[in-house]
Write a new protein. Sequence first.
Length: 329
Amino acid sequence: MSRRYVAHGPAMGSSWAGKWVAMFKNPFIGFFVMIGVVAVMYVVIFIPMMAAEHGVIGSQRGESADIIDRVFRYGFVGLILVGAYGVYRWSQRRKIYVDVAGDVLTASNRRGDAYSLRDAKLGVWGVTNGMTMGSALHLHTGGHRFVLGGKDYRVAAGTPLEAPDVGYGQKMDVNAWVSGSDFAEILAVVSQQGGVAVRAPAPGQPTRCLLMPNPMLVQQMGSFALRKRQQLMQSVNQARMAIDVGDNEMRFVDPSSNAVIASVPLAHVTATPGTYQYRMGWRGGFSAEAMLSRGMASAMSVTPELAISVPGMQPLRIACHDSMGGFQR
């Protein structure tokens, strides 16, 4: 008996995104890369602008400088943004067909490879004890590896996680991903074949949600708040608080010590849905650069949120920051 699942591929560039992140962890390599980027921008943008300004290009110095300035400043940046968005949308819409038959899994983007389910290993899609997208199933055949992600699938406590973390910006990313329900069906087959001992959640076992700092808060920091920016970005994968949601109560827990901060019945908890969107006001005036910056910051920060109110505690606003393809969704 075989079953076909429709999967989605990772965003374009996810294979080398981890290499860039690892490279920038070395301060010397990161410094020389930034010098190279500045040099390219100088050659492509600033030299033509200076040439036009001094009359080297064009017969009318002021008019030529203005035209070249607009072309390179707006057209070049706009072309990059439109091209990047187009590639991103194409990569998210392409379909990958995953077939499971017996103890073998095959994928349409890995033609000729048949991956055994018997030696499959389970891991985290994201960061262990940090921000996660779901779970990941690691399969092998010969020297080839195939990583299938299960979006929003959370394993029960006690399930062995033997495979390394994967995700955008890490050493490895998923090769394809399916919904949580499809991933559960595939895991059931893997368990039957003796690959991974998947444990069902115990009756009444609470679901733990780890709360991370909001990385979009960096938009509210001034240009000279370099230390605050660095501290925030270094802590985005470190849980500040955990929420255990059970059948009858909700507990707020310190993830580092597992100490209970508060425990309240669900009947006393109020959850109000909303939308988070950072608004910059009119900072920078009405110039094209300022308006473009405000528009991008506002659009990239939009995400559904949930305002949780508990007696005796400050209201807590939480959201799901989904960076599956390098962009928030």
